[in-house]
Every structure is written in C-alpha cells, then in structure tokens.
Design a protein around this ligand. Sequence first.
Ligand code: BGC
Length: 739
Amino acid sequence: MEPIKDSTGNPTKKLAINATDHQVRELLAQMTLEEKVGQMVQIDYSLIGTPDYLLKDSPVDRQKLELAISKYHVGSILNAPMSPDNKAQPVAFWQRITAAIQQASTNSRLKIPVLYGIDAIHGATYTQGATLFPQAISMAATFNTELSFKEGEITARELRASGLPWNFSPVMDIGRQALWPRLWETYGEDVHLATTLGTAFIKGHQGSDFSKPDKAATCLKHYVGYSFPINGKDRTPAWIGERMLREYFLPAFEAGIKAGAPSVMVNSAEVDGIPGHANHHYLTTILRGEMGFKGFTVSDWEDIERLYTRDKLAASPREAVKIAVLAGVDMSMVPFDFSFYDLLLDLVRSGEVPEARIDEAVSRILSVKFQLGLFEPQQPPLPIDTHFATPEAQAINLQAAHEAIVLAKNDHGILPLPKSADIFVTGPTANLLSALNGGWTITWQGDNESLYPHNKLTVLGALQQQTSGIIGYRQGSSFDAEVDISKAVAEASKHAVILLCLGEKPYTETPGNISSLELPAAQNKLAEAMLATGKPVILLILGGRPRIITSIAEQASGVLLGFLPGMEGGRAIADILYGAYNPDGKLPISYPRSSNGHTLYDYKPIESFDSNTYHPLYPFGHGLSYSSFATSGLTVASPRIKTGESVHVSVNVHNTGKLKGKETVLLYLHDVAASVTRPNRQLKAFKKVALEAGQSERLEFTLTPQDLSFIGVDLKRIVEPGDFELFVGTEKAKFTLTE
Ligand code: BGC
C-alpha cells in the first residue's frame, strides 16, 4: 500500500500513523475470527523447527510451519532452537528461518507477516559472533547515555542483519532487591538513571522509524513490579503499595512508552496478590488509560496457563485465558502448543470474551507489523561485513566495558600496576569469558564456556597479552568448591602482588536463585589464604549481584567491581589494571556491607533515625579514578522559584589530578518537608565529562516541575511548595518553591 503523503509529497509522521490505522481497519475487516485469534498466538521455534541434526540444512519443517500459519494463523514466533541447548546460530541460519516464515505467510490467505521476537539482552544474544555489550547493570555503571544509545543502535543493526525485527529488551524494572537473580538485567536501583539509560537504548534501537533496515522494535519488560520480590527469588510475590509503584516502578515504563517502545511484556510474577497477567488495573486502567500506551502487550513465558497451573487464580486453563485477555494481555507467549488459540476461540464463540476485545488486541499487533514495514516487500538483509560485529562496534563495546568497571578502593595508589609487574592471578572468574558475560549470552543461562568465541580474552588472557613482566596462575577455587588452594598459596608466595578474581557463575531467572548474598565458602577460603600470604591483594569481583566481600575488601589493597562487562571485559580490566585506561565507572546500586544490608541510597528519614544508618560497603555513585576531581560553586539561579517554573543549577567540576579522565557529576534533590515522607536524596540529573589534568568546566542543569514532584496522599503526582536542597559532591545549595 502506498504511504500517504502530505501536500509537499513527503510522508509525514502524523499522516503515516493515520495511514497505519486505515490499513489496520481495512485488513481487520477482511479477517475471520480464527485469523484474528491466531494473531494473538506466539509459539516457540520448536513448533516449526526441524530436529537438531537437520538444523544446518533446513532449519524449518515446512509441514509444521504450514500448520502453524495456515491452520492456526499464528501471529508471532520466538526463541532459538532449544535442543540440545538454545544456542546462538549463524546469521545465515536466521536469515533462512525468517525467509521461510516470510514465504509461508505470503502464501497464506491474507499474507499477514509473522513477527519474530528474540531476547537480545546485551546485543544479539542468539546470533553467533554478535557484539555482546556489558549487561545493563554494567551499562548503568558507565553513567553514559550516549553509550547506551549506541548499544541500542548496534544491537538493532545486528538483529536486523539476522532478519530479526523485534527485541525483548530493554528491562525497565528497577533493581531494588539485590538477591533477585535478574538484578543485573536492570539499570540498578535508581529511577532516574534507569529511565535515562533505558530510553537512550530505545532511541538508538528504533531511531525515528523502526521500519528502517537497520532498526528494530523494542519491548519494555516486565510490566510491572517483577523486580521487587520480597524473598528475593525469581517469580515470587512482590508487595508494592500503589504509591511505591507509582514513585519507583512505573516511571521508567512511562518514559519507555514516550520514547516509542511499541510493545510491553507482562510481569511473570504477582504484586499484592494479583498475578501480572490478571491485573486489569495495571494492564488496562494504568497502562492504557493513564499512560496512553498504543502498542501491544505480550505475556511472558507460559504465564497465562500458569494462572491455572501455578497461581490457582483460574479454575481451568480456559478460565486463565479469559482472565488474561480481559485483563489486557494482547498476545500469549504460549509457547509449546496451540491451546490458547482453541480456548480463546471457544470463549469468543460462547460470548464470554467479546469480539471487540479481540479486534482491539489484533489491531494493536497489526499496527506494529505495519509500522515495522513487514507488509512491504522485504529488502535483502543488510550486508554482514558492514553491519555485523564491525571493528567500529567492537571499539564502542570496548569503550563501554572500560567505562563500566568501578574502581572501589585503591590504597596508596597500588593501581595502576606497571606492565613489568609480577602478578599472581587466582580465583574462579579469572579465566572464564562466561564470568564476564553472564546469562543471555549465546545460550539462555550463558554458562556454556565451550561455545564462547576463541578470539575474545578472559582477564587472565588479557593480562598475559599485555604484560612485560610475569603472570602466574592457579585457579584455587571453582565457584563453589576448593580446587588447589594450598598449591595456589605456594605459588602466590613467589610473586609480588595477587589478583584475586572472585564472583558468580552465569545465570538468569529461577536457576539463579540464592538464599544469601554471602560468597560460597570455597571462595572465602581462597581469599583468606591469599590475604594470609601478606602479599598485597587486589580483589576483582564479577557477577550479576553484589556478593558480600566486606572482610576481603577491608584487607585488600585494591578493589575492582566488574559486574558483567561483556565480551571486551577482560581487555578492559587489564587496561585498567595497567593504567592504559583511567577508570570512571560509578556504582548504579548501593553495595551492601552485609547480606541483609538492604538500605538503598534514597532511603527515607526513618531509615537513618535513632540507630538506623545507610552504611553500605560502597554507596550508590561511588567510583574512583587514577586522577582526582572536585566540584565547587554549586549555584541555583534563583533562590525562590514559582510553582510550575524550572530550576536552573550550575556547578564547576575540576580535574585536580595529574591525568586526564572522565567524571560523572551527580545532582541530587531533597524535599525538606512534605505531606508524604521524602527520600534523603534522589538523583535528578547527571553529566559525564572528559577533562584534561587541571581542566575545569562549568556544568548547567535544569530541573523541571516534574523533577520536584512526588506521589501525594491521594496517589496523584503533585508538587508542594516549600524548601528544597540540592547536593553535588560535598556541595549543598537551597531554594524555596513558592505558590
Ligand atoms: C523471561 C523473559 C523473556 C522470555 C522469552 C521469559 O522466561 O522472563 O524475560 O523475554 O522468557 O525468552
């Protein structure tokens, strides 16, 4: 269909949207009920795939595909081949799958394209050789919005080069529960940081038009409250009051919708006794009514059926479908059969689900397919050599990894080490690429080291490549069992300094559940043995959660918090250890001192009252440099601001050290007294600047009325006149908001 043009002959955005509405209406009018219900079905690849031994030559079973498309009219397919492992496949494989599906849908009655969705969590996870970035928690540690934008651009380009148009990313959940095994998929504990980095990712990924051949659609997940399970285990209940929901968990989703994300995945667990997939208030009243979301919602894995099998909310699978669809779920990630199709069809025929609700859901899905350009004749995929894992993408990935590493302690400037240093390296994360990457890397759990690319470097490999001195190595301990601690001790005594590499093995979702943030005993034993040698110890900790390192960190001379810095992480860490890169990462979470040290940086007054204190091992925003920075002259343009006006703030940042480096200046706000208790401080703006030694810069910030607002007693967002304080570093300023 010809795009509608304005009077100058150019397609305009508004007209293009109207054109899509018109196209959707026309198509919907021609569809049978069966065809409509089919659009709401998403199945796993295994329902159309060939067995593993045939994969290479013919990844799709034509008969199965025919059944899915012609009989069940499925709207969407997801995932990578599952057996024996859902591992990454070559670009050519993906192109063959998507071409075969495209061909089958072209042969169907109304030629409605199938939307293929995939988890490209830190780059194109399931395409072999893709650029795999630091995970979200590490991207957050960069405090670099531009890098997040570029990650979005590169991820979309590499997905599209694989023929894949829809990414189940970014995670817009806020990471405020350290035990949760998906903490690292979030941008950390702060709402402003997560919102800023998440929306930058979406903008890079989608551009202004995600039908472009190097752009792809995003999916915000997991709406909403998934990240705050009270017991820390994945897919367990959260108890989030509506004020907390609106203050901490909704804003990032709202911003993602404003940034143009066309799809939202539903929370797989429950909040306040209502499973995400049954929550009409969240999925319809708030998401549609308040936030004005026009795209479609997709269930999470098998979660509609789980309203019956797990939650006992529904008395039958049929009732589960009815509850979810009426609550506002538009597409079901079924994913292993066509039961949703049969049940929903029956529910509509019996009048229990109105056909108007089906029309609504299908219109939303079709609209995204039109916006993606899937109805247009498909162009040949982008040439790999210029669009896939290019040297430029690799350089940006290395930059992201550099900026993601947090130098938390550096006693007497032990770091950087000279390249001639004599280092003993030990610990379970020293020689594993998987420990740098975490879950959703090549496979779901990311733990199959044998599948990792041979041209990427572990921490040990990168040190060996860069040293002009000596590198000794013994593993000492695996993640949870001693290996050769006494041999490691004997060897360590022959070297000048010890690099102790501890942390977590890769995981995601339920397999990553733990009961305590304490490190496994074997790792603590290795640490004690290394500290007992009397040699200076530098601790490097990798992994998705802040495992407790207090006693080790107190005795170590240096501490690097690496989280999950991705495929270039080994090189980035070696560059920082040897001073080839001056570290500038900052903590996107509060690093707890003890396993139950849950107080976060934006704590309420009562959390620092009497004997209560915010006393993490390292606070939110902490991160050292090999240079030093100072801020001064924090100024508010006017001491009295009228309600509705913006607040203009400026501050000097000065590189007081001898090396060039980057510094992130964090601007916090505190509402002095309010009708609902307000946090001690909240991050409202940040800027990262590169400064030569001795250089200064004056930074300007604007706080909007929204930045001064909070969720009031009646659960509405309000701004209350009164006194406010601003903080940057040790500087403080004040202003008064008048009526
Ligand atoms: C996860 C989602 C993911 C989906 C599809 C689920 O188990 O919770 O984050 O997008 O699977 O792979």
